[in-house]
Write a protein that binds this ligand. Structure first.
Ligand SMILES: *Cc1c(COP(=O)(O)O)cnc(C)c1O
Length: 367
């Protein structure tokens, strides 16, 4: 059986260092907002080429608290519009509505699944205040053009980097292009903790300071509360483990790229459409997502061959019960994507023979 992602085997590679890191935290007697976190924040900011990283409890909070911080700073107010691709994971949209902002759901580029500049431009209104590009599946969005638009219309840009740690465009990293970048370290992400964790990257000192307060009850100083903050902290244990795993992230990305390149050059089935990669050097292949009109049949074929596949994602956010207000919205391309996508197994520990086997299986698929 080829599993979709074998987290146990991925983390086993680093077990000695991870166990040492956990032991160090246990022995320190300090478990929240300590040296492990500030050290990881420094390493992660460095890695992303940003001035600061602020650790939070998860990726959703990284998005939600950044928008919230902009409200506290006075850059956003209730009802302002945020342009986001309609085919994203629901978290990107929850962060918007949680802040009483209005998500403007736009159709993505059909081949990269990311925001396209044309679709952003045609949806800008006087109420537009934020562009929220999600670097979906590990491919960075067209950030040069997006930042150009942001400058032209004076918009904030919040990059959703939950699937794109280490993705880059012309050497500039995801999370360092926009006004801020939101990351998730959910265990299955390319940089995964051993529990929940997230972070925001930014070069903006004011945003940095507000976020540091918001994640800790709105407090800069113990028992002084400037904002109605939340408890959303990245704990010492997760920070210590993330610090270990960050050292190996670039190696893991290289291994993912080798698998993706093989899929792209060796899969030749006329029944599936392969993902387009616009910025070859910068795609980190969190997911390898093909499209097919025959998803049900292909899934069954894989399953008969003992290959586990997943769908990211089966239902578009605007068709979810949680977003009943949007259920009548027509976004045909987004809906078709949700009906046709299938994610193949990809990971840094897949063997060459696993890759051979998956390629042979898909090339042998017939109706
Ligand atoms: C995983 C993910 C999130 C949320 O991250 P959590 O840490 O699970 O809260 C947000 N956006 C995207 C695109 C994601 O894939």
């Amino acid at each position: 059986m080829i599993p979709f992602l074998d987290l146990k085997a991925i983390n086993k590679q680093y077990q000695n260092e991870l166990k040492e890191a956990c032991a160090r935290v246990i022995d320190s007697g300090w478990y929240i907002l300590g040296h492990e976190l500030s050290s990881f924040e420094k390493d992660f900011a460095n890695y992303c080429g940003s001035k600061w990283a602020i650790g939070v409890a998860n990726g959703l909070d990284a998005l939600t608290l950044t928008l919230r911080a902009w409200k506290e700073i006075g850059k956003l107010k209730d009802g302002d519009e945020v342009i986001v691709q309609a085919n994203t994971y629901i978290a990107s949209i929850l962060a918007i509505t949680e802040n009483n902002l209005k998500p403007v759901l736009v159709e993505p580029d059909p081949q990269t699944f990311n925001l396209s500049v044309e679709s952003i431009r045609s949806n800008i209104t006087p109420k537009t205040k934020v562009i929220l590009p999600v670097h979906l599946y590990g491919q960075i969005s067209p950030m040069k053009e997006i930042m150009g638009l942001a400058e032209e219309y004076n918009l904030l840009v919040l990059e959703d980097c939950a699937q794109a740690h280490g993705a880059s465009l012309e050497g500039k990293m995801a999370g360092s292009w926009g006004s801020a970048g939101a990351f998730s370290f959910y265990p299955g992400k390319n940089l995964g903790a051993l529990g929940d964790a997230g972070a925001v990257t930014t070069d903006d000192q004011q945003l940095y300071e507000v976020l540091r307060a918001l994640r800790n009850y709105g407090s800069h100083e113990k028992y002084k509360n400037k904002y109605k903050g939340v408890n959303s902290r990245l704990d010492e244990m997760q920070a210590a483990c993330l610090k270990v795993k960050l050292k190996y992230l670039n190696d893991e990305i290289k291994k993912r790229r080798i698998v993706a390149q093989r899929f792209t050059s060796e899969i030749n089935s006329s029944l599936v459409e392969l993902p387009r990669c616009d910025y070859d050097e910068g795609h980190v292949w969190h997911l390898y997502v093909v499209r097919t009109k025959y998803r049900k049949e292909l899934t069954e074929h894989f399953s008969k061959n003992n290959i586990q596949t997943l769908v990211h994602y089966p239902t578009a956010p605007h068709k979810q019960r949680a977003y009943q207000d949007f259920n009548m919205k027509s976004l045909p391309l987004t809906e078709r994507i949700h009906d046709e996508v299938l994610s193949l197994p990809i990971s840094p520990i897949m063997s060459g023979s696993d890759v051979d086997y998956i390629i042979a299986a898909i090339n042998g698929f017939s109706l």
